[in-house]
Write a protein that binds this ligand. Structure first.
Ligand code: PRT
Ligand code: MG
Length: 213
């Protein structure tokens, strides 16, 4: 049995074509089914649905053999126990610093002010501001980061941006890109040894489809 961990939404949706290329069809729709284990047309392959941030943990401890997780999630997790053979180039976005439109970020940085930064991505944010030599107080949030500068909780946020629509709708502006983000295939290191052939075949097919993009 091969177990693949995916999160609902964009990662599930964008992984489907890759599975299809490998002849794997998920036979139930996660948006309507309440099942957390989804069967496929292949009796030896199943998909488990977990929160995006839990995918690396499931794969690390062998709750799943493989998974698909964003670089954002992997950097916060740390990647221990995970083999990361492939950038799937799906669920693309960027991680950026954003502030209220009326906040002069460049001036604050230049003056050496201490910044309050709210984010879910404290590991990446800490490293980014340390590299720039900017002193920050990090405030860990689990969602709706956009609200923090609007309520005075923080001067800036570090969040993911794709179209920029969410920032615009909340009167925020992107002032600095930290990095490009896409999703990677992650594999449990023990599974790679024990289930070597089927996993290698999947990696090869995913790789071929991904390189064609
Ligand atoms: O939503 P939930 O709390 O269940 O979990 P999650 O947000 O961790 O999962 P999900 O499915 O939303 O995201 C899974 C992965 O998709 C992330 O780990 C990223 O690698 C990737 N991804 C790609 C994104 C986006 N694009 C994205 N735009 N993840 C989140 N967003 C959010 C962003 O945080 C912001 O709130 O969308 C909003 C901005 O989008 P725009 O288009 O308005 O700029
Ligand atoms: Mg989300």
């Amino acid at each position: 049995m091969i177990t693949l961990a995916l999160s609902k939404g964009r990662i599930f949706d964008e992984t489907l074509p890759l599975l299809q290329a490998a002849g794997i069809e998920v036979t139930e729709d996660p948006e309507t089914s309440r099942k957390l284990i989804l069967p496929t047309n292949r009796p030896e392959v199943r998909v488990v649905l977990v929160r995006a941030t839990d995918v690396p943990t499931y794969v690390q401890y062998g709750g799943a053999d493989l998974g698909v997780a964003g670089k954002d999630v992997l950097l916060e997790h740390g990647g221990q126990g995970l083999y990361q053979p492939l950038d799937l180039r799906i669920a693309k976005c960027r991680m950026s610093v954003a502030v209220r439109a009326d906040f002069d970020y460049a001036a604050a940085v230049k003056q050496g002010s201490r910044l309050r930064v709210a984010t879910k991505y404290t590991t990446v944010a800490r490293q980014h501001f340390a590299d720039k030599g900017v002193h920050v107080d990090l405030i860990k949030l689990y969602g709706s980061m956009e609200l923090a500068p609007l309520t005075g909780l923080a001067d800036a946020i570090v969040d993911l941006v794709s179209t920029g629509g969410t920032l615009r709708a909340n009167n925020l502006v992107e002032v600095e890109k930290i990095m490009d983000i896409s999703s990677r295939l992650v594999v449990n290191q023990a599974a790679l040894k024990v289930k070597r052939e089927p996993i290698r075949r999947l990696i090869e097919i995913f790789s071929t489809v991904t390189q064609k993009r």
